[in-house]
Design a protein around this ligand. Structure first.
Ligand SMILES: Nc1ncnc2c1ncn2[C@@H]1O[C@H](COP(=O)(O)OP(=O)(O)OP(=O)(O)O)[C@@H](O)[C@H]1O
Length: 498
């Protein structure tokens, strides 16, 4: 028996000493491991030899599996990486979240579903409040889809400026890249279904745009401004977005871009109009917050804008766009806060960079810039010159026509609901509403209150036009009083500054 086992062992030993160079040939890089292990096969006892053999096979198994894994990945697996800052990332993640395999992943990311209610259902039950949704995270998920085996990988780590960065990749066992493209197209369709009738809003994280939220499209009819002005603006944007206009610009060497400055008192509908234009033309909105930018990030962000989008820069006067006292738009001058020129060493945006970026040399074509301000007089003339700002549109406090439109805007919908009982009754209500509207308009001085203020009164009595009319006097007193207090506070602040 012993002689058999000794013969076997010596056979294995000779086999190994013969096979190891062969293994090194098949699996390059294995040499250092095998040469370390080879002296161990000379161990005299049978148990020692068996132990060495086991260790050798384990090492070999580990190496072989890695090597085979790499081979498979290189030659038999197709893969698509999806960058975090691209909208394709949202497309993939939203789709993954909706899939059954996302619910069974062992490592998941939990987040509150923004669409779930944030309040109780009115009967004290919180069953549906702040529901969580889960998506696979930090690991691999295998799933079957349309008869193919896919792998979804996602990693989260700390990125620049303390922002969380993620990486995602989707791969499948096969050599046809179209299978992955078809899957991503399915993700795209799913995402487009989710954001249908929504305006996608992007904000910046460091030097990158990131989709922040999508909000319901705001209908143009919900922004009450002079109708002619509205039509002029819609016509202007429509003409700009027309492909023929692009060809016209290109033929003449003009940068294909458009800029609007909406100015006027607070609460007159400037931002609302910007968002409703985006909704009307189905454009995404990119919101710029100048206070968190420097020259480099501003240039990078403009360079990464897609074709045809709206760039919204609110309260541009608060970004402190000024000229130096010697009249230069020097690069060392920055868009600091409170309108005071600052040196660019503090990492803010310099006026000259801002103007260059607006001139469009580094930005993609087709962007529509909408800037809003309450103080047009504080803006540097260079900023608002034609070419940078093509149209300046003034927003005003509510006049007679706007007051009446706002009144009907709030109560007209109720009128529609009550129109179920149609006929004579409806006509009577219509007449009644006209009388109410006239009474309401007559009580409020023109150009004293903003549409936002008027809206706040009407919404407080949204079910009772009579009560709204009855409350007008007290409400005006309250608003005037509040304004006085605010004015005296701002003088006090001003005195303190001195
Ligand atoms: N012209 C308007 N028509 C309809 N709603 C309006 C109008 N103006 C203001 N509102 C309402 O008032 C609120 C504030 O409006 P918005 O933010 O658009 O004003 P703004 O002019 O941009 O103000 P600010 O200059 O302070 O940024 C919104 O809820 C909006 O619906």
């Amino acid at each position: 028996m012993a002689s058999i086992s000794n013969a076997n062992l010596s056979h294995v030993q000779s086999l190994l000493s013969g096979q190891i160079p062969l293994l090194d040939f098949v699996f390059p890089g294995l040499m250092p491991t095998t040469s370390t292990v080879q002296p161990l096969t000379d161990v005299p006892t049978i148990y020692g030899r068996l132990l060495c053999l086991c260790a050798l096979f384990l090492l070999f198994g580990k190496y072989a599996s890695e090597h085979i894994g790499n081979l498979l990945e290189t030659y038999f697996i197709s893969r698509i990486e999806v960058p975090y800052n691209d909208e394709a990332y949202d497309m993939l993640i939203f789709w993954v979240r909706s899939q059954p395999f996302a619910r069974t992943a062992r490592a998941s990311l939990a987040m509150v579903d923004p669409k779930s209610p944030t309040h109780s259902d009115g009967f004290g039950s919180y069953a549906n409040k702040k529901l969580l949704h889960y998506s696979p995270c930090n690991g691999r998920c295998y799933f079957w889809h349309k008869r193919h085996l896919f792998v979804f990988e996602r990693k989260r780590n700390q990125g620049e400026f303390g922002f969380t960065r993620e990486e995602a990749c989707i791969s499948y066992f096969g050599r046809n890249p179209n299978v992955l493209r078809e899957l991503l197209d399915e993700c795209r369709q799913y995402y487009l279904g989710l954001v249908k009738n929504k305006t996608c809003v992007f904000e910046h994280e460091g030097n990158r745009w990131k989709s922040s939220k999508s909000r319901n499209k705001r209908n143009m009819s919900t922004v009450i401004i002079d109708n002619k002005l509205k039509e002029m603006l819609l016509g202007d944007v429509a003409e700009f977005l027309d492909p023929k206009t692009r060809t016209w610009y290109t033929a003449r060497g003009f940068p294909y871009q458009r800029g609007y400055l909406l100015y006027g008192p607070p609460g007159t509908g400037k931002s609302s109009l910007g968002l409703s234009i985006a909704g009307h033309f189905d454009l995404d909105v990119y919101v710029l917050t100048m206070s968190s930018l420097n020259d480099h990030s501003l240039k990078t962000l403009f360079a990464e804008l897609p074709q045809h989008c709206i760039v919204l820069l609110e309260d541009v006067d608060a970004a402190g766009v000024h000229r130096t006292q010697d009249g230069n738009t020097d690069a060392s001058q920055s868009l600091g806060q409170n309108g005071s020129p600052q040196r660019s060493t503090d990492g803010k945006v310099s006026l000259s960079t801002f103007l260059n970026v607006l001139d469009g040399l580094a930005s993609p074509e087709g962007r529509v810039l909408i800037m809003t301000t309450n103080h047009i007089e504080r803006l540097d003339p260079a900023l608002v010159r034609p070419g940078r700002v093509d149209k300046k549109i003034e927003f005003q406090l509510a006049d007679e026509d706007m007051l009446s439109q706002l009144f009907f805007f709030v109560y007209d919908l109720q009128l529609e609901a009550s129109a179920i009982d149609a006929g004579q009754q409806k006509i009577t209500r219509d007449n009644e509403m006209l009388v109410f509207a006239e009474e309401f308009v007559a009580k409020i001085p023109k150009r004293e209150f903003s549409p936002a203020e008027i809206m706040s009164l009407l919404l407080a009595y949204k079910r009772s036009p009579c009560q709204a009319i009855a409350s007008v006097d007290a409400w005006m007193e309250k608003i005037r009083e509040e304004r006085k207090v605010m004015r005296s506070n701002s003088w006090m602040l001003h005195d303190d500054d001195n």
